[in-house]
Design a protein around this ligand. Structure first.
Ligand code: GLU
Length: 267
């Protein structure tokens, strides 16, 4: 009786060790769960993109077509992997959801106006930059606000988990302006809040703001905090990160990247 208990214990221990071993192998640095091999076996690349940033990643409500600079860039990565740019599936992300979607493996990479920061580099692999933008400020023409100084005691609408809030805070301090913030899940919500007067200013990268400019709004001349955009992938998926970087560097060398920037008019 005692012997069989010991035997059962040893068996449980061995089986347990085997399972632990399996687990660590599947998450090895070769990225076998969602690395390049798994992507190839699946037959398509899963990419997180913006759907509400005209010219970068935008879903046209009339045609349901998803298009923009970052869509073309992602297709170039798919072409590098599969020899076919159409072996790709897009998923809409926001500044708040893009990290968690990458963490959970629902997307293989993110090409969504994602600013490379030292903090974010601790959690994700980032490619070399493919575009640089600055943070800008949009106000209503009727507000008469002309600069950051004029935003003293005003409320600024920013996106959750975006770099905007910290960037403005720093810049506002420099000119002695005290500002407060309201945070939103998406950009259409911030524009509505600006229209309805819930906020006095809509702030994010200028490339994103430009897509929301209309007859009643204006971008202030000031711009600050340069933002380098990179394609993010999961840490450990080093073979995918390498492929992404090779694609970008080849596109830089061939002039294809600049052609795309011209095509989308985003200089
Ligand atoms: N590019 C900035 C960031 O990564 C703005 C937010 C956004 O991309 O939506 O935080």
């Amino acid at each position: 009786m005692k012997k069989s208990k010991i035997f059962a214990g040893i068996l449980i221990f061995i089986v347990g060790m085997a399972f632990t071993g399996c687990g660590s192998t599947s998450q090895s640095s070769s990225g076998s769960t969602s690395g390049l091999k798994a992507i190839k076996d699946r037959g398509y690349l899963n990419v997180g993109v913006k759907l509400d940033v005209p010219k970068f990643g935008y879903k046209d409500p009339k045609t349901s077509k998803i298009e923009g600079f970052e869509i073309d860039l992602s297709k170039a990565v798919a072409k590098k992997i599969f020899g076919d740019e159409n072996k790709i599936k897009f998923q809409g992300v926001t500044a708040k959801t893009r990290g968690p979607l990458l963490d959970s493996g629902q997307v293989d990479m993110i090409a969504a106006t994602f600013t490379i920061t030292d903090q974010r580099k601790k959690s994700y692999n980032f490619s070399d930059p493919y575009f640089t933008d600055h943070v800008g400020l949009m106000v209503k023409k009727s507000s008469g606000i002309k600069d950051l100084k004029g935003l003293n005691n005003k409320k600024i609408g920013v996106a959750q988990s975006a770099t905007s809030k910290d960037a403005i805070q720093k810049e506002a301090e420099k000119v002695g302006s005290k500002v407060s913030f309201l945070e939103f899940a998406g950009y259409p919500d911030i524009k509505s809040a600006l229209d309805s007067g819930r906020v006095d200013c809509f702030s994010v990268d200028k490339s994103i703001l430009s897509g929301y400019l209309d007859d009643s709004t204006v971008l202030l001349k000031e711009q600050f905090s340069p933002q380098d955009y990179g394609i993010a992938s999961k840490k450990g998926n080093d073979d995918l990160a390498k492929t992404i970087n090779e694609t970008i560097s080849e596109m830089k060398k061939s002039g294809e990247l600049n052609k795309l920037i011209d095509k989308w008019g985003i200089k």
